[in-house]
Structures are given as C-alpha cells and as structure tokens.
Design a protein around this ligand. Structure first.
Ligand SMILES: NC(=O)c1ccc[n+]([C@@H]2O[C@H](COP(=O)([O-])OP(=O)(O)OC[C@H]3O[C@@H](n4cnc5c(N)ncnc54)[C@H](OP(=O)(O)O)[C@@H]3O)[C@@H](O)[C@H]2O)c1
Length: 165
C-alpha cells in the first residue's frame, strides 16, 4: 500500500485563505491538471468534510472517502470515522493499493501524525496570503527526501519521500 499527501501551497506556505473557499479559487490551471492526474492514479481519495463541502460533489473516476462525524447525503461518496491506520488496512483488504490524502489541514495532520504517509506532492503557487490556514495544525516534525522538482508555467511541483525513523 502506498499513501501520498497532495496539497497546493501559496509561496508563503498556506493551503487556504478562508476555510470555506475551495482551493481551486486560487490554484493554477497547471495545478488543477496535476491534481487530476496524480489523484486519478490512486484507488481512493480521502478528504475531510470541510474540504468536501468546498467542492460540493464527488470527484469522478476516483473512490471518494470523506471523514465526517455524520453520513454525507451525496452520490458516490463514502464516509468514515476510522483512525488512519485502520482505514488504510481496510482499503488494502478491499484491494486498493494507492491512497491519496487530499486535505484539508485536519486530515493532513491526522495522517502525518499516524505515520502512514509515504510521499508528499506539494505545488508551490505564485501567490501570497500573508495569513491563512497552515497545512498542519500541530507540530509535525518530519524529514523528507526530495524526489523531483519541476517548474511548469508559473508553478513549482515538488515530490518528497517521507523518511520514516
Ligand atoms: N491547498 C490545498 O491543497 C487544499 C487541499 C484541501 C483542502 N484545502 C483547504 O482546507 C480547508 C479545510 O481544512 P480543515 O482543516 O478546515 O477541514 P478538513 O480537514 O477538510 O475537514 C475537517 C472535517 O473532518 C471531520 N473529521 C476529522 N477527523 C474525523 C474523524 N476521525 N472522524 C470523523 N470526522 C472527522 C471533522 O469533523 P469534526 O467537526 O467532528 O471534527 C471536520 O468536519 C479548506 O479551506 C480547503 O479549501 C486546501
């Protein structure tokens, strides 16, 4: 099983200006294409309810799993409350081999803390917010190995391997 985080960051390190705003409001065409390609390579995508509500629908061609305390009344969406390790084990049993963790801050933090993330895909977008939502809500101290870096249009795409101690 492979688990990756995928996130777009402003050049000053934020994932959102306003929690209710979808990240697609400020991310580039190149990032939207990248997100589509990379997330479609996963058998399942996982996100929190707040992020799902900013999108408002299931993303097609992928199994959509939403962390939510209540069932979400939407087509093609599954909800879960399982701890990360248990969700990953369940998905593995069901034949999923790659899982994409798609945010937001609460879900990125929970999966990083659980130590189940192998790879991180960051897109650095050419904007600043000055203040906003950080990717992690707690101290997450991790060593990373840079696997690849690429400039496309005005954005930078980084892939890191998470070094597990
Ligand atoms: N730039 C990017 O790449 C990117 C990507 C994704 C999202 N975002 C942004 O991130 C923001 C949202 O982040 P966020 O941290 O506010 O929210 P979030 O991580 O999207 O979702 C948090 C929600 O998940 C639920 N949840 C968390 N753990 C759970 C568990 N174990 N069981 C059941 N439910 C659980 C929470 O329920 P409770 O309320 O009960 O705790 C809460 O409703 C938005 O602005 C979005 O645009 C940015």
């Amino acid at each position: 099983m492979k688990v990756f985080v995928i996130a777009a960051l402003t050049a000053d390190g934020f994932i959102a200006k306003d929690p209710k705003e979808p990240s697609t409001a400020w991310t580039s065409k190149a990032d939207k294409k990248h997100f589509m390609e990379v997330s479609k390579s996963a058998g399942a995508i996982v996100m929190g309810l707040n992020t799902f509500l900013t999108i408002g629908k299931a993303l097609p061609g992928r199994r959509n799993i939403i962390y939510s305390p209540e069932p979400v009344n939407h087509r093609d969406v599954e909800t879960t409350t399982l701890p990360p390790q248990e969700l990953i084990a369940k998905l593995e049993k069901e034949g999923v081999s790659v899982v994409a963790i798609c945010g937001g801050a609460t879900i990125y933090t929970m999966f990083m803390k659980a130590g189940v993330v192998d790879t991180i895909h960051f897109t650095i977008e050419p904007v600043t917010f000055g203040s906003g939502l950080n990717i992690f809500k707690e101290k997450i101290s991790t060593n990373l190995e840079l696997v690849s870096s690429e400039k496309r249009d005005n954005s930078v795409f980084l892939e890191y391997k998470v070094l597990k101690s």
